[in-house]
Design a protein around this ligand. Structure first.
Ligand SMILES: Cc1cc2nc3c(=O)[nH]c(=O)nc-3n(C[C@H](O)[C@H](O)[C@H](O)COP(=O)(O)OP(=O)(O)OC[C@H]3O[C@@H](n4cnc5c(N)ncnc54)[C@H](O)[C@@H]3O)c2cc1C
Length: 421
């Protein structure tokens, strides 16, 4: 997959979603997944816009696989909201004590030369594209934690630096889900599972994962790491950087007396009602980037879009940015949990698709039950209230072959009110 950092590319991906194919094939590495995550993570489009755009073209109901998966993203955000920085630590004990796991990711994994095709293909794909299919992320995380006995946090920190869709909640909580520190049991996989869902280049017969689930479970519970026979031909891990390629120090004179809209890496969009004359400034908060480096691919994806939207891009700590912005007439921004902009701007809350749940939920099913308690049909979802697909789809794409027939996942539902006639 490749990802142009443009709104048009995000719109094209929404238009290309085929929900019935998605539900049937999403577990397959070459299945009909959407590739929308980089655009969602960085705020090109919101979850409500994605669902409204898809529902404008296809019949969907609340039980559709696609709606569930959007729910997983919001559930992880829910957990983050309640747990804060606690998501960066094990939510509860895993299979083994923390001391049984290594703190560093071994070089043969980083260099895609474990000799296990499923793992090496996953690492190569991650480096080449900044994206990995969900199943491949699970295989990679499971291998790292349960076979190599590397602490999930080391794997999560490494992976997020290379992901175009890197999101602390979805990434670190998914690693915890695989590790068994955020779920009731660890996620294990074997070569047969890879053969079922991946193309031949990923198949791994005769490797350490070519065994039964009972054996894998015993391996996972044994503190001894299983080191394979590393393959010879590896590759270098792409370099990481803590600083954007094209940002400058803040310039107070530029914003003095002006209304300012702050664009940041998790809100690469402008509000539709932005008053004329508003100055758009891109900000990279040093507090975040000094802790979380990104690959060149990630920087390029974010900074290209940032340059398209803004007059200037600034990289500084919050205090320096605050100082530079104090002469502005007004400063506004969209909020996001990755960074705290509350001292810099009047922040607007992010749009939720699902009903917010105030009590913390420890499982997705608990959250889903509570969040959708009053949501019988798609158009009851709070995020879709008042949202039309219009701005995203001025020229609606052609309908696919599934639109005129009732599919197993769309058994003749009432059309949501934003559905085009
Ligand atoms: C170890 C691991 C690390 C992960 N790290 C991230 C991450 O940093 N950022 C991220 O957005 N997702 C992460 N995920 C979740 C999931 O793998 C990706 O959201 C998905 O693969 C993105 O590809 P897509 O847009 O083609 O997904 P699709 O299957 O087309 O799904 C559509 C959208 O639904 C949401 N979604 C789908 N599956 C999940 C899921 N399991 N969890 C949360 N949201 C989901 C995403 O917003 C996605 O864009 C991780 C999963 C694992 C197992």
């Amino acid at each position: 997959m490749s990802f142009d950092p443009t709104l048009a590319a995000a719109q094209a991906r929404i238009a290309a979603v085929r929900p019935a194919d998605y539900a049937r094939s999403r577990n397959a590495i070459d299945g009909a997944v959407t590739g929308l995550s980089p655009y969602i993570t960085h705020g090109f489009v919101t979850l409500p816009e994605v669902l409204a755009g898809v529902a404008a073209q296809h019949r969907l109901d609340m039980q559709h696989k696609f709606v569930f998966e959007l729910g997983w993203r919001e559930y992880f955000r829910h957990l983050w909201g309640h747990t804060g920085a606690g998501i960066l630590q094990s939510l509860h004990e895993g299979l083994l004590p923390k001391s049984a796991y290594a703190a560093e990711l071994p070089a043969d994994i980083r260099q895609a030369r474990t000799g296990i095709p499923a793992i090496d293909m996953a690492v190569r794909t991650l480096y080449a594209t900044g994206y990995l299919h969900n199943h491949a992320r699970m295989w990679l995380a499971s291998y790292v934690v349960h076979i190599r006995k590397v602490h999930w946090r080391a794997g999560a920190d490494w992976m997020i630096a290379h992901l175009l869709d890197g999101d602390l909640a979805s990434n670190h909580l998914s690693w915890q889900w695989v590790a068994g520190t955020g779920s009731s049991k660890p996620y294990l996989f074997n070569a047969e599972n890879v053969a079922k869902y991946a193309p031949p280049a990923w198949h791994s017969p005769g490797s350490v994962i070519d065994t039964s689930y009972a054996t894998l479970d015993a391996i996972a519970r044994n503190p001894q790491a299983l080191v394979g026979l590393p393959g010879a031909a590896g590759m270098d891990e792409p370099a990481l950087s803590h600083a954007p390629p094209d940002a400058t120090a803040p310039d107070a004179a530029l914003v003095a007396g002006r209304d300012v809209w702050l664009v940041h890496p998790w809100a690469l969009r402008l509000p539709q009602d932005l008053p004329a004359g508003t100055l758009c400034i891109g900000v990279y908060l040093a507090e975040f980037h000094s802790s979380w480096p990104w690959s060149h691919l990630c920087w390029s994806f974010v900074s290209t879009r940032m340059a398209e939207l803004t007059t200037a891009r600034w990289h500084a700590d919050a205090a320096t940015l605050q100082h530079a912005l104090r002469g502005a007439r007004s400063v506004r921004a969209l909020t996001d949990p990755h960074i705290d902009l509350s001292t810099l701007a009047q922040v607007q809350p992010a749009l939720h698709l699902f009903a917010e749940v105030t009590r913390p939920c420890t499982s997705f099913s608990q959250w889903w039950t509570r969040s959708t308690r009053d949501t019988r049909q798609l158009h009851d979802l709070p995020g879709l209230a008042g949202l039309s697909a219009g701005p995203l789809f001025d020229n609606p794409p052609e309908r696919d072959s599934h639109d005129n027939k009732s599919t197993p996942d769309s058994p003749g539902h009432r059309r949501p009110r934003w559905h085009r006639p």
